[in-house]
Each structure stands twice: as C-alpha cells, then as structure tokens.
Write a protein that binds this ligand. Structure first.
Ligand SMILES: Cc1cc2nc3c(=O)[nH]c(=O)nc-3n(C[C@H](O)[C@H](O)[C@H](O)COP(=O)(O)OP(=O)(O)OC[C@H]3O[C@@H](n4cnc5c(N)ncnc54)[C@H](O)[C@@H]3O)c2cc1C
Length: 407
C-alpha cells in the first residue's frame, strides 16, 4: 500500500540517505532536504564498519562487491616504549566516511535530493505533514523523517529539553598519508593499535585515502586520541589567535601553539611510532565528546532517526551502523502497518531500546578510561594492569556492539 506515499526526509547525510534508499526500496516516494548547499563528501574521517552495516548496504543494492575499506587483523596494545603488551585477534574493516557517502548519494536520483533547504518548522494533522523551509518554500507528505543530526531542528521542536551534554573529554584526530608512516608500517596497517596513557586513550588504524584509494602505499592512517579536557581548557582550545571564543572552532583557526602542545604531548605519552604519525598529521583537529538519548522517537507522522535520535560516544563506533539499522527498521515497520502512526509506534519500540543501549554502554566505557587515574603515582606494573584492563574492555565492548547490531 506504499504506492503514492511520500516521505519528507530532513538531512542528506548518511542517516537521511539510508532512509531514502530503504523507503524507496519499499515503494515510497522520497524527497531529501539538506541544509548544506554543497556536497558533503569533502568532510568526515575514518570509521569502523560492522557486518550489519555491510548487510544494510547489500539490502539497498549499494554494495557492488568492491572493497569498502582496509582490512585489519588484530588489536594491539602498545606501551610508551613501542613494545606490544597485548595482541588480540579481531578482524575489522576500516573505512572512511566519504567512502560510504559517495555511493549512497550517487545512487539517489537527483530529483529526490534538494540541497540548501533548511527546515524551520513543521505541521501535521490526521492526513499529512508539512515542512516549512528557511527560503519560504513548503513540502507535504505522509511521513517526515528527522535525519537532521545531533542538533536536530525537528527534535528541538518536539523534545526541547533533550540536549547534548559534554562528557569532559575531547577526541583529537590526526590523519597522515601512508607514505609518511616511517616505522612499523606493515604492523600498523594490519592492526587497530591502542595507546593507553593514564586517563587517556589513543585508537589508531588504517583507512582509505581521502580520494578513496585502497592501494598499498596510497592509504591514510587515522589516529583518534581521547583526552580529558575540563570546561576552562575546552574554552581555551576554542579560542582563536585573535582572542575570539567559538562554540566549536573551525579547524584552520586552532592556534598554532595549541597544535604544537598536543604534538609535544604525543611525543611524551604515545608509543613512538604512533606519536611520529600524529606529529606528521597536517592539521590535527579536536571534537568535544558529547552524547544524549531521547525517550521517544515517534511523534504522530514524524520519526527521529540516526544522530537526531541518539548520539553515543564514539567508543561504540556504531553511529553509521545505527542510522542504517534505524532506516531498515522504519521501512520494515511501514511495510507491516497500514497506518503511519502505528508503524512509527512499532519503530519506536525497537529502536528506542537499541539507541539507549549504545548511549549507556559508551558512557560506561568512557568511565573506564578515566577509572584509577585519580590514584596518582601508580607503579609501572600497576600502569600496565590498568592499560591492559581498558584494552580488554574495549575489545569486549566491540564484541557486544557486533551482537547488538546483529540482533
Ligand atoms: C559532514 C559529516 C562528517 C562526518 N564524519 C564522521 C566521521 O568521520 N566518523 C564518524 O564516525 N561519524 C561521522 N559523522 C557522523 C555520522 O555520519 C553519523 O553518526 C551517522 O551518519 C548518522 O548521522 P545522521 O545522518 O543521522 O546525522 P548527520 O551526519 O549529523 O547529518 C545531519 C544532516 O542534517 C543536515 N541538517 C541539519 N539541520 C537541518 C535542517 N534544519 N534542515 C535540513 N537539513 C539539516 C546537516 O547539514 C547534515 O547534513 C559525520 C557527519 C557529517 C555530517
């Protein structure tokens, strides 16, 4: 009964694109409205995939069988001298944000995608929902999917009290070309490597090159380094050379002395091979870690999806997979129920629980990184025990995430 039905999808990033393909696959007409006037492929960095994500790509015929990313074989824990303290077999496929975005965007007919359209309001009644955009235009349909990300306008309209909370630490990210990786290159390009200095965590892995190239020698190496940063220190990071304070500073405005200081810390705290790669990164950037959970995803003809619904801390590594699973669940629910409202209630029952788990489990892991650090002056042995515990907890978390995504 999907014939003639129309979904308005707000947000044209990965969540919105997955929703568009999943709904088209069950016969719905879709229109994606994206605030940005430009293609998004130039932004984004490396991310891990899960079997469930590959399954979702196959479901919408995006997976053409070509390699999606760089395969790694194990997790290794590196100590500050560069030795391997622990090694666990754990095959992963690491990819890049743009490597997923490109085929999803290209496979959507151009007439379904509307750039430079920023939703400002919506109205709904028993028969339809109408979105209003900043340029004065309007569009009506049977369903509105809010895939407009962590600062969702739609969520702010239906759940104004739900706001992202700063977790007290930032993730520094550095991306370096494979050709610049001077030592341990073969090991590092076959591994997810971990450095765990007290209260901190650096996770690093190979990813496709910025242009998608997967050939040996042409790939990139991605480092994500979680560092405790209190509110005053974060304000300082967000202050540019002219003394102007930003809510989230643009990467080119990060002060050179801030970059120099974090690179000096890398030399002091991380394994030498990882520190060397981080120091060579052209322009490290930082992202304050935030999260939130919503109590409800369905509001009449409106569904929250992807990062508009939940943002878990990146430790679960599943933002994209969750968005894809949300989209698939929404399509299944619309197939199973004649009334949109009934379908969205069914969608809410399944995906609210899934999102809440990801948020709470990633908070637990965040607490695990900082546990024991208050006890200053740990012996070298106690330090090794502490970092080993965090490392194994991370591997356990990823097994749980894999099972959660398969469920
Ligand atoms: C450019 C970009 C790069 C990213 N890079 C990474 C990465 O490297 N690694 C990683 O793990 N995750 C990354 N993410 C997050 C990851 O994509 C998400 O966790 C996942 O795809 C689900 O996000 P989403 O599509 O629900 O929301 P988002 O990816 O946040 O997208 C929301 C979209 O909605 C648009 N939008 C916002 N408000 C409105 C409005 N009022 N009207 C219309 N459109 C609106 C935004 O412009 C944006 O394109 C990135 C997100 C973006 C946007």
């Amino acid at each position: 009964m999907a014939e003639g039905r129309r979904a308005l999808i707000i947000g044209g990033s990965l969540g919105g694109l997955f929703a568009a393909h999943m709904l088209r696959a069950i016969g719905w007409n879709v229109d994606v409205f994206e605030r940005s006037a430009e293609d998004l492929a130039g932004r984004g960095a490396g991310l891990g995939t899960h079997e469930a994500l590959l399954r979702m790509l196959r479901r919408i015929s995006i997976d053409d069988g070509s390699a999606l990313g760089v395969g790694t074989q194990h997790y290794i824990l590196l100590n500050a001298r560069g030795g391997i303290d622990c090694r666990l077999e754990y095959p992963r496929l690491m990819t890049a944000w743009a490597r997923l975005y490109r085929p999803l965007k290209d496979a959507l007919p151009a007439h379904c995608y509307h750039p430079a359209k920023s939703l400002v309001a919506f109205q709904q009644d028993a028969r339809s929902v109408t979105a209003s955009f900043a340029d004065g235009s309007r569009a009506s349909g049977d369903l509105l999917v809010a895939a407009d990300g962590p600062r969702s306008t739609v969520r702010a309209l239906v759940l104004p009290s739900v706001k992202a909370e700063y977790a007290g630490y930032v993730a520094w990210r550095g991306l370096t070309a494979e050709a610049e990786v001077a030592s341990d290159r073969a090991l590092l390009f076959a591994s997810n490597a971990f450095c765990i200095p007290g209260g901190e965590l650096a996770v690093s892995y190979p990813v496709p090159a910025r242009d998608g190239d997967l050939r040996e020698g042409r790939r990139d190496y991605n480092i994500v380094w979680y560092r405790p940063t209190d509110a005053a220190a974060l304000a300082d990071l967000n202050t540019d050379a002219a003394g102007r304070r930003h809510e989230q500073i643009a990467p080119p405005l990060i002060r050179p002395e801030v970059i120099a200081a974090v690179k000096a810390d890398a030399r002091a705290l991380l394994a030498p091979s990882i520190a060397d790669i981080f120091v060579r990164a052209e322009r490290p950037i930082f992202q304050p870690i935030q999260d939130f959970a919503t109590p409800q995803l369905d509001f009449g003809r409106v569904a929250l999806l992807g990062d508009a619904a939940f943002v878990a801390r990146p430790h679960v590594g599943a933002g994209v997979t969750k968005a894809a699973l949300d989209a698939a669940c929404l399509a299944d629910a619309l197939m199973a129920h004649e009334q949109v409202g009934d379908a969205l209630e069914a969608y809410n029952r399944v995906r609210q629980r899934a999102g809440a788990w990801a948020v709470s489990r990633s908070r637990e892991f965040g607490a695990c990184i900082s546990a024991d650090v208050a006890r200053a002056g740990l012996s070298a042995d106690a330090e090794a025990v502490r970092s080993d515990r965090v490392f194994r907890e991370y591997a356990t978390l990823h097994h749980e995430v894999r099972d959660w995504a398969q469920a």
